[in-house]
Design a protein around this ligand. Structure first.
Ligand code: GAR
Length: 201
């Protein structure tokens, strides 16, 4: 049986699209069971709908507080019985309810080389700092901001003429390839965690 993925998005969804494309090959070992967003009208949800995949949208503003939103997100994801949850440009921290249900089987992709530049502005902060190499990190989600055990990283050189947008676009090319490779490996073989060290099987 292929592994069931639920992918959570906030934006245009090119990482999601890369997974949707990979999942068309039965040998890949995974299917996208559903796509969820924390806001309306994301490109990610539109891509999923175009592919005939179930979608859900849970804006934080529709809930009394963050705990209610976290519980609703947990239930919405659980309804699709995922083996693995993939945060593909999901711009919210998942909360305690979500982590107690899906901790250890939720991965996130971040456009910087962790532990540098966590948060929402990885490419901008890398440029501001003047680093010559940045990249993307795929990690197992924990309660922190981009702090979980690292599954894979890919390096991307910074060019003199880079803007935050040009650097982010180049990171995203490498990021998508890494995401597709590693999610497939997890779907087929899994991974282990010992302390901070995550190992793909
Ligand atoms: C990706 O680069 C992802 O790493 C980043 O948002 C982009 C989403 O692109 N996520 C974060 O910055 C989370 N801290 P996409 O919508 O085209 O997949």
């Amino acid at each position: 049986m292929p592994a069931r993925l639920v992918v959570l998005v906030s934006g245009v969804g090119t990482n999601l699209q890369a997974l949707l494309d990979a999942c068309r090959d039965p040998e890949y070992g995974a299917v996208v069971a559903a796509v969820g967003a924390d806001r309306p009208d994301t490109g990610g949800v539109a891509r999923a709908a175009a592919a005939g995949i179930a979608t859900f949208e849970l804006p934080l503003s529709a809930y009394a507080d963050r705990a209610d939103w976290d519980a609703a997100l947990t239930d919405a994801v659980a309804a699709h019985e995922p083996d693995l949850v993939v945060l593909g440009g999901f711009m919210k921290l998942t909360g305690p309810a979500f982590l107690s249900r899906f901790g250890g089987r939720t991965v996130n992709t971040h456009p910087a080389l962790s532990p540098s530049f966590p948060g929402m502005h990885g490419p901008q902060e890398a440029l501001d700092h003047g680093v010559k190499v940045t990249g993307a990190t795929l990690f197992v989600v924990d309660a922190g901001v981009d702090t979980g055990p690292i599954l894979a990283q890919v390096a991307v050189p910074v060019e003199d003429a880079d803007t935050p947008a040009s650097l982010h676009e180049r990171i995203k090319v490498a990021e998508r390839a890494m995401l597709v490779d590693v999610v497939g490996r997890i779907a087929r073989r899994g991974f282990t965690i010992s302390g901070r060290k995550a190992t793909l099987l």
